[in-house]
Design a protein around this ligand. Structure first.
Ligand code: HEM
Length: 143
């Protein structure tokens, strides 16, 4: 995962900090909630994942490192193994994420910088048909 540096710290500021990150994640989850393919991939209670995604994005953009303090290394692909993610789910995830950043009013240059990384990351998360450990990880602290 990206170490916060000059570029990412700038991104966190550019995006608008905690308030905008929260608005993005809320807008994204509203879309997930009404998608018949993506919704079943997520657990029944969406709130804990929502909070984790907010903390993660803050850190990923160069903001406070609360996600790592609480949960350890993001190890995103590993953390997604309990959830079967196919190409279609990754495509929808990415589309809704784009719409959410747009809705939150993030400027086009910042969005371009962010999605240059998020696109490949979303495709990297596809694990359907792979023989990976599917057991729940919950809040496990990963090194
Ligand atoms: C490609 C499609 C993706 C799907 C279908 C997907 C789905 C999910 C699901 C079902 C969860 C569990 C939520 C919960 O426990 O309530 C989750 C957690 C999470 N996702 Fe994704 N995800 C995708 C891509 C991504 C990407 C690209 C990122 C990062 C940029 C990301 C970041 C996270 C984070 C940080 C968590 C919380 C992990 C934890 O600490 O447990 N996801 N995701």
């Amino acid at each position: 995962m990206t170490e916060p540096g000059v570029e990412t710290a700038t991104l966190y500021r550019q995006v608008g900090g905690r308030e905008t990150v929260s608005a993005i994640v809320e807008a994204f989850y509203r879309r997930v909630e009404s998608d018949e393919h993506l919704r079943p991939v997520y657990p029944e209670d969406l709130e804990p994942g929502k909070e984790k995604l907010k903390l993660f994005f803050e850190e990923w953009l160069g903001g406070p490192r609360a996600y790592s303090s609480k949960y350890g290394h993001p190890r995103l692909r590993r953390r997604h193994f309990p959830f079967v993610i196919d190409e279609k789910a990754a495509g929808r995830w990415l589309r809704y994420m784009r719409e959410a950043w747009q809705e939150a009013g993030v400027d086009a240059d910042t969005q371009a910088a962010v999605f240059g990384r998020l696109g490949p990351l979303a495709r990297h998360m596809v694990n359907a048909g792979e023989d990976v450990p599917r057991g729940p990880l919950g809040n496990t602290f990963l090194q």
